[in-house]
Structure formats: C-alpha cells, structure tokens
Ligand binder design. Structure first.
Ligand code: SF4
Length: 238
C-alpha cells in the first residue's frame, strides 16, 4: 500500500470512529484544500458528521464560491454561522472597519467577534469537532495531535490530517477530482479572511500570508488550543 493510501485509510478509520463514538460531531470547514479532503471523505462515506463554515463577512468571493461547488458536486449544503450583527457594528463604529491592522489585540477582538463566538454556537451540543489542521502548517501547530482534548469547548477535537503533508493533500485532491478553492492557484496556500490573507512567494512559509504583519507566534484566530494552552483573547481597552 502506498504511503498516501495508508494515510487515507487511517483518516477514514478516524472519521468512522468519530461518527460511531462521538455523535453528534461536526466538521468546521474553512473551505480550503485540507477541508475539501475531509469533505470528500465524509460525504462519500455518508458519515453523520455535519459540516459548517464560519461566514465572517470578510471572506474572498473564491471562498464563498466553494459553497456552491460543494452543493453541485455532493448535493450537500454547508451550514453557515455568522457573527452577531450588533457586535460587528459596535466594533466597526468604535474602531473602524479594518482596525485589525492596528494591533494584535484589535485583530484578536475582530477574530473573536467574527469567528470565535460563532464557532461556540456551531459547536454547542456536540461531543466532538473535526478540523483540517495539519502539523506542518505552522509554528503554532507542531505538536498537533489527531485526537486531543479541547478544554475551551469541553469536547474532543480531531485533526484527522495532522500527519498529512501538503503534497499528500494535493495528491488526494487531484487523484480524486475533488473541487478546490481557486485562490490556491493564485498563490494562497492558506486561506482566511480577504483583508488578512495575501498570496505568498515561492519558498515562503505556508502561513506567511496569514496576518503577515504579525509575529508567527501570534498567528492563530483563537479557534484552537496551541501547545496545550488556550490562546487568550485579551479584552480591547475602551
Ligand atoms: S481574519 Fe481578519 S477580518 Fe477575519 S475575523 Fe480575523 S481579524 Fe477579522
């Protein structure tokens, strides 16, 4: 068995175990390449793992187009969770539309409003959640496990692609004709909100295009526990 086939088989087994032992479980898709591998595996096997996305209000058109591609290809409608309109309005009124460029705290507050709070709603009532995170993606993900405790959400978190390389992801997508986000062909290996993600140059770190104005150590949105520690979202001074 090839190395990729072994990875696929073990990922399928992980997903089947989640469906069997952790119902209800959900998969948080950011509609990027890794997420499409998991979407394909979950939907082809008809596993009872609901897929959702955080529609932050600042996503690229190419990312939003993936919602239709998934519907066309699999007949599946990804559930969307949006930020509370009042929270967005208050942040923008007080700080401006793009205040996330001003400081890490401002950026984390925007992520808290547009991602972290909606994520809490999406995860509520579930036993486990699934992500497309890989260990090799970032300095903040080097100790990522396939299965880990998520104390922030009081549930189990699965990262079934933790052991996959970027090449494995693309070999899977191309080998199985899986649709993928057009941004990947425009120099975006990692995809997030439009104002906080840029294309990278060859040889740059995969996550270099995310919050590129910050240090690598701070580049997470608060959705994930890093090295066993919850990333604190500091309150923004009034
Ligand atoms: S990635 Fe940028 S725009 Fe999106 S929620 Fe975070 S700070 Fe806001």
């Amino acid at each position: 068995m090839s190395e990729l086939n072994a990875l696929i088989q073990s990922t399928q087994q992980t997903l089947e175990r989640i469906a069997r032992d952790f119902t209800p479980a959900v998969f948080a898709s950011s509609l990027a390449a890794e997420d499409m591998v998991l979407t394909d595996l979950i939907l082809k096997a008809k596993l009872p793992i609901a897929i959702f996305s955080l529609e932050t209000g600042r996503l690229h058109a190419e990312t939003l187009a993936m919602l239709d591609k998934v519907k066309e290809n699999y007949g599946y409608e990804i559930a969307l969770y949006r930020p509370q309109p009042e929270a967005v309005e208050a942040y923008v009124a007080q700080n401006g539309l793009n205040a996330f460029y001003d400081s890490v705290d401002m950026r984390k507050e925007c992520c808290r409003i547009r991602k972290v709070e909606p994520l809490g709603r999406a995860l509520a009532g579930n036993k486990a959640w699934v992500t497309g995170q890989r260990r090799a993606q970032a300095a903040t993900r080097t100790s990522l496990m396939v299965e880990e405790d998520d104390p922030a959400h009081f549930m189990t978190k699965f990262n079934p692609l933790a052991d996959w390389s970027e090449q494995d992801v693309w070999d899977y997508l191309r080998g199985n004709g899986v649709p993928y986000n057009a941004l990947h062909d425009k120099g975006f290996p990692s995809i997030g909100c439009e104002p906080c993600t840029r294309a990278i140059e060859p040889g740059e770190d995969v996550r270099a295009g995310r919050w590129w104005w910050e240090n690598p150590e701070s580049k997470e949105c608060g959705l994930h526990v890093v090295d066993g520690k919850l990333i604190r979202i500091k309150p923004v001074a009034a």
